[in-house]
Design a protein. Structure first.
Ligand code: ZN
Length: 239
C-alpha cells in the first residue's frame, strides 16, 4: 500500500521513499509513499524522476493499481532492488499548472451550480486547459461572457481551499456532497477526502489543488459546445 503524500500536502515537490516492489516486465516500481499523482478524476498523472542508488530514472507515467502507486521508469538502466531508498522529484512546473487548472474547474463548477443550478457530469484537464460537462439546458453562447466574469470575480476574491479527510458516515451527512455523486463510492471506502473552496464549492475529490483561488490567475472561457438539449460542455483556459 502506497501512502499518498499529495492527499495532505499538494505542494510537496520532493520526497524520500522505499521501493516496496519491482515489476520488471512493466519497468515500474511501487513505493511505500509518494508525492506523484497517479491520475484520476480528470487530472492527468505527474511526471518527474526517481533517484535510486545514484541512478536517475525518468518517471514518464504513474498509475494507481489497487492501493499501490506504480511509477513507470524510462530509459534502459537496470532496475533497482526491493528495499532501495529512493528520492522522488516532481516536474513541478507541470504539476503546479495542473493544480491551478484543477482549482479553476472547481471555481467554474461551483459558480455555475450557484448561478444556474447546473450539475457537472464529467470533466478533463491538461496543464492550463480544461473542460466540464454540465446538465445545463439553458446554456447558450450569450452566457459565455457572463460566466467568465463571474468565475474571475470568484477567483480574484481570494477564497481559501480546505482539504479534509472524513469518515464515510460523516461525509454522507453533507448535503452538498451528494450532488458530486458521493453515493457512487464503493462500499469498501471508509474515508472520503473533501476539497472545499470556502463559500463556493465542496466536492469529494482525490486531486491536487492550490491553497487559495488567487493562485489560479485569470480564467478564460475559450469555447462551449452543445452536446444535446441538456448536456453542454464548457472549455476554459488559465493564463
Ligand atoms: Zn476536482
Amino acid at each position: 500500500m502506497t501512502e499518498l503524500l499529495y492527499h495532505t500536502d499538494a505542494y510537496l515537490q520532493e520526497f524520500d521513499a522505499t521501493v516496496t516492489a519491482v515489476l520488471s516486465e512493466e519497468r515500474a516500481v511501487i513505493l511505500d509513499r509518494t508525492a506523484f499523482y497517479p491520475g484520476g478524476g480528470g487530472q492527468p498523472c505527474d511526471f518527474g524522476s526517481l533517484t535510486i542508488n545514484g541512478v536517475i530514472y525518468v518517471v514518464d507515467r504513474v498509475k494507481k493499481q489497487g492501493d499501490d502507486v506504480m511509477h513507470f521508469l524510462g530509459g534502459t538502466s537496470p532496475l533497482p532492488a526491493v528495499g532501495s531508498a529512493s528520492h522522488g522529484t516532481l516536474d513541478w512546473v507541470r504539476r503546479y499548472k495542473l493544480m491551478r487548472t484543477h482549482t479553476a474547474l472547481h471555481v467554474l463548477c461551483g459558480t455555475v451550480f450557484r448561478d444556474y443550478g447546473a450539475l457537472v457530469t464529467g470533466g478533463e484537464m491538461e496543464p492550463l486547459k480544461g473542460r466540464l460537462d454540465f446538465e445545463f439546458e439553458t446554456m447558450r453562447g450569450e452566457l459565455v461572457r457572463e460566466i467568465e466574469v463571474a468565475i474571475n470575480k470568484e477567483a480574484q476574491m481570494g477564497r481559501e481551499i480546505r482539504v479534509n479527510i472524513l469518515p464515510r458516515e460523516e461525509a454522507f451527512q453533507i448535503p452538498d456532497l451528494i450532488r458530486t455523486k458521493i453515493n457512487l463510492l464503493p462500499e469498501g471506502i471508509t474515508h472520503v477526502r473533501t476539497v472545499e473552496i470556502v463559500g463556493l464549492d465542496l466536492q469529494a475529490d482525490g486531486g491536487t489543488h492550490v491553497r487559495n483561488t488567487n493562485e489560479v490567475g485569470r480564467i478564460r472561457v475559450s469555447d462551449y459546445k452543445s452536446k444535446g438539449a441538456i448536456n453542454k460542455r464548457i472549455y476554459i483556459e488559465v493564463e
